[in-house]
Design a binder for this molecule. Structure first.
Ligand code: ZN
Length: 338
């Protein structure tokens, strides 16, 4: 029926583990829905999304065992933002990310350039951008196979086991990383230790209390393991002496995520199962399959509806952001002075 850019092992015996809440540790939770690896199709195994009834955040359980997680990050993963069929030169990477990098750096406006640590630095784009602005920036990246085309100062390995000199960072950033890690509370604790008093922790996560997160299942399963809410972020930061001073949802850094939402709703209404609809929509490499086809066959009707989709979904996203209910949530937290 459809061409698949990556093979899909029907790996129903994937090594999955059930866990308690990764933010507060509570075992009390409610099952919400089943999801699959829609975007990269590393496996066909089903995962569960639960909501913690103590701290209200969402999390994946069962989820891949930590020893297996590397296999869910394929080589394509690190190029998915650029949608690049082949590896790009540095100038082209920066050109494609310029608007995003500008939006990220606006969160540091008003701060005097100092020592910056970017946790989950990927190819080093933000480290490079902030060094250009005069910051003494360095990065940390778990996966040493991620390319580092501009030869940025990036340390590879497990952030929780890394030693840094004791001077303290002025700012630590985590762009779309906290939802990927196995122990988010340990990361926030370590970040709080590494910041100087008055230093800032700036991070972007997905918002589980959004239509996109709850009903359109837009999180990147199973790479996203924790689904934060405004209150769970505030509680987590407060626990380690970090005071959230600014928080908003917006389209600035990762926009357009609900593109296709209306079409998804219509496909569901007229016969697609949830699994079918999300499997077509969230896969990255054949957009026509969702936006122009009905069950794998080209359809003029589907193509015409999808032309109007963005006209409807973009204003909806903007309105949700206005009320802080959008999908992409960024916050800045200040380390309290002693
Ligand atoms: Zn919890």
């Amino acid at each position: 029926m459809e061409k698949k850019p990556v093979s899909v092992p029907t790996d129903r015996n994937a090594n999955l583990v059930k866990v308690s809440c990764p933010v507060c540790g509570s075992k009390r939770s409610r099952f919400l829905f089943t999801v699959k690896d829609y975007a990269f199709r590393v496996t066909d195994a089903p995962f569960g999304v639960r909501r913690c009834t103590s701290c209200d955040c969402g999390y994946l359980s069962p989820r891949p065992a930590e020893v297996d997680i590397a296999k869910y990050y394929t080589g394509e993963y690190y190029w998915s933002y650029e949608r690049a069929a082949e590896k790009l030169g540095w100038d082209m990477i920066i050109a494609k990310r310029r608007i995003q990098l500008e939006a990220k750096s606006r969160w540091l406006e008003g701060m005097k350039p100092g020592r910056l640590l970017d946790v989950g630095a990927q190819k080093g784009e933000f480290v490079w951008w902030m060094r250009e602005k005069g910051w003494e920036a360095l990065g940390v990246e778990l996966d040493s196979t991620v390319p580092n085309p501009a030869n940025m100062p990036i340390r590879y390995g497990d952030f929780l086991n890394m030693k840094f000199d004791s001077a303290g960072f002025d700012c630590i950033t985590m762009w779309a990383v906290l939802e990927h890690v196995y122990a988010p509370s340990k990361f926030v604790r370590r970040i709080a230790e590494l910041l100087r008093p008055g230093g800032r922790f700036i991070a972007l996560v997905t918002n589980f209390n959004s239509i996109q997160g709850r009903f359109f299942r837009l999180d990147d399963y199973p790479r996203h393991l924790t689904y934060f809410t405004k209150h769970s972020v505030q509680d987590l930061c407060r626990r380690y002496g970090l005071n959230v001073i600014r928080m908003r949802t917006s389209q600035d850094i990762f926009g357009g995520v609900l593109n296709g939402g209306m079409l998804c709703g219509l496909k569901r209404l007229f016969g697609y199962s949830a699994d079918e609809a999300f499997s077509e929509w969230r896969q990255l490499w054949e957009p026509d399959l969702f936006f122009c086809c009905w069950r794998g066959c080209p359809s003029a009707l589907v193509r015409n509806i999808s032309r109007f989709d963005r006209l409807i979904t973009l204003p909806v996203e903007k309105m949700l952001d206005r009320f802080g209910l959008g999908f992409i949530m960024t916050f800045s937290a200040e380390k309290q002075s002693l």
